[in-house]
Each structure stands twice: as structure tokens, then as C-alpha cells.
Design a binder for this molecule. Sequence first.
Ligand SMILES: Nc1ncnc2c1ncn2[C@@H]1O[C@H](COP(=O)(O)OP(=O)(O)O)[C@@H](O)[C@H]1O
Ligand SMILES: O=C(O)C1=C[C@@H](OP(=O)(O)O)[C@@H](O)[C@H](O)C1
Ligand SMILES: [Mg+2]
Length: 164
Amino acid sequence: MSIVLVGAPGAGKTSVGRRLAKKLGMAFVDVDERIEQVLGKTIPEIFADEGETYFRQAEEEATLELLESTEVLSLGGGAVMNPRIREALKDHEVIWLKVSAGQASRRVGMNTVRPLLLGNVRGKLIELMRERTPLYEEVATKVVETDGRGSAEVADELAAERMA
Ligand SMILES: Nc1ncnc2c1ncn2[C@@H]1O[C@H](COP(=O)(O)OP(=O)(O)O)[C@@H](O)[C@H]1O
Ligand SMILES: O=C(O)C1=C[C@@H](OP(=O)(O)O)[C@@H](O)[C@H](O)C1
Ligand SMILES: [Mg+2]
């Protein structure tokens, strides 16, 4: 059973997952980073060259495989849209890092690393969250509020609970 981090872009999945795994002495993989390694391209390049449908297929394959083999796994924000991924998550500990659209947009800022947010970052986050919040809720076995808290604090709290 893996520890899996889900939530909107900017929730802190990548940063909290990495720190949590380090504290617990467990292996960590970020699905987006794995996809970038395997395809030899960045996420924005994959979206630009191959399109979102291709990315989602690569995401499904990587996520389902890593769920079987990784101790701590950070998913991409849109992975929960996939019913096969939601089904596979039933066998794991799934931590939903909750964040407001305001905080998430401040965290991800204007950078171009997230192609789906290009243009109006806050508006697009609100839209994504409206669609995905019920799905994060559905798959989560634990919910952690991250607004107003640093990623290190969130990770340290999760690690402490786990080691208690
Ligand atoms: N709790 C937090 N408070 C403030 N900044 C954060 C927090 N969690 C993450 N960040 C910052 O927000 C940005 C996005 O974090 P990241 O871990 O990539 O999120 P995700 O993988 O959920 O999209 C990074 O620059 C990270 O340092
Ligand atoms: O919300 C999404 O659909 C996406 C979120 C990104 O991951 P983060 O949530 O780690 O930013 C990445 O998988 C891709 O850009 C698509
Ligand atoms: Mg991430």
C-alpha cells in the first residue's frame, strides 16, 4: 500500500511528497517527473507537441504502474479525472492536500510549467477545482488543509502522525 498525494495544482503534492518520503525513509516518485524522464520532454513540451489526450494516456500508464511499486507517490492534479486511476486508488492511503484557488494561484504564480493554467491562472484553477473537488473528496482517505501553512510544516505533520 502506497501513500499517495492528490489535490489541485499548487496544493503542494510534489514538494510535500518529497519531504514526507525523506522523513519516513521511503522511496518517492512524482508521476509528472517520471513522465518527463520517460518521454525525455517537459510537461509543457508534451502538451504542445502531442496534446493533452496523449499526456493523459501517459499519465494513466505511469500512475497505474507506480501505484504498484512506489512507497510515496505524488500524482498530477488531473489524475483523479481518470476512472481507472480512481479505482486503483482504492487500495492505497490517499492524502488530499486541500488548497483554496487564491492560495494555489499565488503559489504557482505566472510560471508556464502548468499548461492548463496558462492565461488566467486563478480563473482556470477555480474551474478545475469545481470539476475535481468531488473527485478528490471521493478518493481521499485523509484530508489536510494547507492554506496559510508552508509545505515543510504540512510534510512534517504528516510524518509525525505516521511515526506516532
Ligand atoms: N504549503 C505551501 N505553502 C506555500 N507554498 C507552497 C506550499 N506547498 C507548495 N508550495 C509552493 O508552491 C509551488 C507548487 O508546489 P508543488 O509542490 O509543485 O505543488 P503541486 O505538485 O501540488 O502542483 C512550489 O513553488 C512550492 O514550493
Ligand atoms: O491539473 C492538471 O491537469 C495538471 C497538473 C500538473 O501537475 P501538478 O498538479 O503537480 O501541478 C500536471 O500533471 C499537468 O500540468 C496537468
Ligand atoms: Mg506536482
